[in-house]
Design a protein around this ligand. Sequence first.
Ligand code: AMP
Length: 183
Amino acid sequence: MVRVCVFCGSKTGNDSEYAEAARCLGREMVSRGVGLVYGGGGIGLMGVVADAVLEAGGEVIGVIPDGLAVEEVMHQQVADMRVVPDMHRRKAEMHELSDAYIALPGGVGTFEELFEVLAWRQLKIHGKPIGVLDVRGFFGPFLEAIERSVMEGFMKPKNRQLFVTETDPAVLLDQLLGMAGAV
Ligand code: AMP
């Protein structure tokens, strides 16, 4: 089964459009037979995307470090919850399980996860497609930072293509799945 690893906020953000996009992504994944790998939380956009996949009858795998595996945080309906000793093991497990990555809006946890898979792709440690779902222009400053880095000579222009950006979850998924098939 093709699985997409989703990075997203442990909060829902101030606008309902964020949760709506996360729900839509979950449903579109299930309709394409794509499984979800994610951080295992039941809170914020993490909970929203996992709920959407579960409600539509899809596969969800949560990978959560021991310290975060407390009842208030961990999703209680995810049957395949893998509790790992630390963040390093979590990253390795998420990576082993997935064929592509999608980042939704979030905080530093989401940014850290996104930047890591970008850096690793740049170093050719993996060749998996990476997508950014730009809800409400949230990733505008991120895209500007990448552009600035290229303009100032810190990034090769071709590395603009390390990831794709879309505003529609269905379009983003179709792009990534096409690329995942090609890898
Ligand atoms: P943030 O964007 O800072 O809210 O962090 C969310 C990202 O970091 C998610 O994609 C998770 O993989 C991880 N993460 C942060 N907080 C939690 C939590 N309480 N439970 C599980 N994963 C979390």
